[in-house]
Each structure stands twice: as structure tokens, then as C-alpha cells.
Design a protein around this ligand. Structure first.
Ligand code: 4FV
Length: 242
């Protein structure tokens, strides 16, 4: 998975990517992330990348020139690219998009806005797709770019230690996750469900599937409505809890 991140704060991106799983993924050439400060592509003494909005109103808008020049520059290597703008107007990001990006052969270019946003001509002429990580307004697109790179890169084969942890995670079934427990067996009077220490892997699997289904019904009925219940799931949900 190869990415370019256009941002006014490359250190924010590098700081997060320089830890843990994502750091190792870069060391193992599973993930490559290049950051570009698009202020570097602005001429003029002040290198100002923003200006007042036409039509008036509060705040500032990022000018088209530095972003067009930055994209022209990175495209010189002739590599195929998908140019992604992070914004609240974008298509909601989800696990299926993460899966798609984890397999993408083209370089993913993330444009991180700041201020009120970027000049519309960037979106019209350069952007292939717009993505949102949620219905709220951030101060910048960096967190959105990091969330998308994180959720996608961890699905690349070899990124996480045990592949099962991404294959078997409930979201890959379209469900919320089942509860997780670890030692101690009893903590402040709170105990671990018997089935999980029974060694009966079939029963453990049934319990986890049932918990994932129940959690999704309770917490995310919108997600539950999207899944097709198997006969097994229907019987599981009808069964009384042991
Ligand atoms: C955002 C989001 C987001 C909008 C103005 C950056 C900010 C500022 N990006 N999902 N929600 N972006 O709020 O992706 O330029």
C-alpha cells in the first residue's frame, strides 16, 4: 500500500506513523507513506497558502496554486494515483473501503485541508474521490487521512502479527465485535464467562458469534439491518442464553 499525504503539518502524520504496527509495516515494505508540505510549493516571501473567501464570510480558504503545483510535482514519477480529498462532504469511510484500499495498486494521495476548506477548483480538476470519516468538522484533514491509512494498512497481508485477528474480527462479518477477556480469571468480583475457559472451541465460537449478533442488535441496529442472517444465526438468537 503506497500513499502520498499533502498536508501543512507533515510532522503530525509522521509522528503517528512512526509507532507500532504501522512503523513495522513501513520497515517491512508493506506500507509506504510519503508526506509533502504543500506550503513548500508556494512562491512569494510569505509562502501564504490561504486567502479570504470570495463572497466574504468568516475564515480563510486554501488557494489552488500550492495544491496544483504539489500534485504536478509528485506526478512526475509517472506512477498511477487515486487522489482523495478528506472532507465532511465525502462518501462515509467504512471497513469495505478500507479493504479496497488495502488491495489498491495505485498510489493513494490524501489531500488534507485546513481552515474553511480548499478552493473548489482543486476538487473539480484534481480530486478523484472525496471521503469523510464522520459527520463532524475537524480542524484539518490529517486525522481523517491517518484513520483511513491505519484502517486500510492493517488489512494488508503481513501488516498485523496474526492474520486471524483481521480475518476473524467481527467487522469483517459486518457485525460489532464480541467481548474480549484476559487474565485475571476473577477481578474485583467480576468473572470471565465459563464458556471461554471451557476449552470447547465450538461452544466458544458459538458464544462469540451470538455476542457479536446481540451487540449489533443492541448498539447498531442500522448495521444489523444490513446483514443476511443465516439459519444458524437465527437458531443461535432464538436459543436461551446458557
Ligand atoms: C473531515 C471529516 C473534516 C473540514 C474543514 C478540515 C475538515 C477543514 N475530513 N472527514 N469529517 N475536515 O472535518 O474528513 O479543512
Amino acid at each position: 500500500m503506497k500513499c502520498d499525504v499533502l498536508t501543512l503539518f507533515p510532522e503530525v502524520i509522521n509522528a503517528y506513523l512512526n509507532e507500532s504496527i504501522l512503523k513495522r509495516a513501513q520497515e517491512n515494505n508493506i506500507l509506504e507513506v510519503k508526506t509533502y508540505n504543500f506550503r513548500d510549493f508556494e512562491e512569494g516571501r510569505h509562502k501564504s497558502v490561504d486567502d479570504a473567501p470570495y463572497g466574504g464570510g468568516p475564515g480563510m480558504v486554501i488557494k489552488p496554486e500550492p495544491l496544483f503545483k504539489a500534485i504536478d510535482f509528485i506526478r512526475q514519477d509517472g506512477e498511477q494515483r487515486r487522489i482523495i480529498l478528506l472532507s465532511p462532504q465525502g462518501k462515509p469511510f467504512d471497513q469495505s473501503t478500507a479493504k479496497e484500499f488495502s488491495k489498491e495498486k495505485k498510489r493513494l494521495v490524501f489531500i488534507c485541508g485546513r481552515y474553511e476548506g480548499i478552493d473548489e477548483r482543486v476538487r473539480i480538476s484534481l480530486v478523484d474521490e472525496e471521503i469523510s470519516i464522520g459527520d463532524y468538522v475537524l480542524t484539518g484533514g490529517e486525522l481523517a487521512a491517518l484513520a483511513i491509512i491505519d484502517a486500510s494498512a492493517r488489512l494488508v497481508k503481513g501488516a498485523v502479527g496474526d492474520e486471524r485477528s483481521v480475518e476473524e474480527e467481527s467487522f469483517s462479518w459486518g457485525l460489532l465485535d464480541y467481548p474480549h477477556y484476559t487474565r485475571p480469571r476473577e477481578f474485583r468480583g467480576l468473572t470471565v464467562p465459563e464458556v471461554l475457559v471451557s476449552g470447547n472451541h465450538k461452544e466458544i465460537w458459538r458464544w462469540r458469534r451470538k455476542q457479536a449478533l446481540k451487540q449489533t442488535i443492541e448498539k447498531r441496529p442500522d448495521l444489523f439491518d444490513k446483514i443476511t442472517l443465516s439459519e444458524f444465526d437465527k437458531k443461535l438468537l432464538e436459543e436461551e442464553d446458557k
